[in-house]
Design a binder for this molecule. Sequence first.
Ligand SMILES: [Zn+2]
Ligand SMILES: [Zn+2]
Length: 379
Amino acid sequence: MKGLLYYGNKDVRYSEDVEEPQIVNANDVKVKVAFCGICGTDLHEYLEGPIFFPKPGNKNGISGMELPLCPGHEFSGTVVGIGSGVTNVKVGDRVVVEATSHCSDRSRYKDAVAQDLGFCKACEFGHPNCCTDLSFCGLGGASGAFGQYIVYGADHVLPIPDKLPLDIAVLVEPLSVAWHAVERANFQPGQTALVLGGGPIGLATVLALQGHKAGKIVVSEPALIRRQFAEKLGANVFDPTKSENPIADLKMMVPENEGFHASFDCSGVPATYSTSVFALGPSGIAVNVAIWPSTLIDHEPMSLTYQEKLATGSMCYVVKDFQEVIKALDDGLIAIDRARVLITGKVDVKDGIEGGYKQLIEHKESNVKILVAPNGLDA
Ligand SMILES: [Zn+2]
Ligand SMILES: [Zn+2]
């Protein structure tokens, strides 16, 4: 089949000779991919990886797979085959795929990995997104959706409503990252939120907050073009570079609570971490969504203690987040027309490296999401 193959650092190749994945297990579902978004993680794997992908010569802890493999973990498509035990989807269903792989997925790779390992504590306690072997379809857990077909466990596959177009459906994945973060803030209707950073996940967080019936949403972002994206989504915007005292100015934007109910750091630099805590009102919750490099920063414990603020993190998503995002899109709480703003390009898979990866790397701020179409743009 056609696809992009990840061989390692700065080495992703288009091939028409990628091995097509096949149904092996009773719970396998085979999906013909319609669209797959290129994620910041894919770019990190390209520029600095392998990170999640196994190192050359190593095997993935869940699937036992080795490089080269297709990347691609945010995707939509149509079911073209199911194993004998699958009951939640049928051939012809339009679907999205919750892409995590964790301890419960190991049993699908009996020939490749030992089956006597048991579950890690995170999986045992019901938090598979925190699995010690966490992996993804498209990052080593299985061959991903920059190829024409994927095969994955039925428990990860969710049907989508008729009114949700297959291109917008790709956004269910990044929206689920954001949805999980909003849930981590225990966010209630009418509350106020500060989003730090207007990149793809910051913008998805705006939509996820709207899905939670947020009151005022403010996006703090230095780049004009990204503030304009945030405004198109209906958020208020703030330019931290134009302020002598960003924290005081941000708090002035929500005077009723002397600060925000919740903040979401989608940038991951020392200044945004600090703002995420200091711009909160009493008992506010700061959620780190960004993936940080291994950096130490200054932190003042009393900044949490005095007003009983909480600082926490949000890791990825679980199936429930996908279900709730799909419902919010179906109910109109997340507006499909606004979600469409996030899609800034579509390319055929054969142009995926030049028109996708490199376009995103070289024109970072003017792009949000570029979709790759492994079965052609008209498929
Ligand atoms: Zn991603
Ligand atoms: Zn686990």
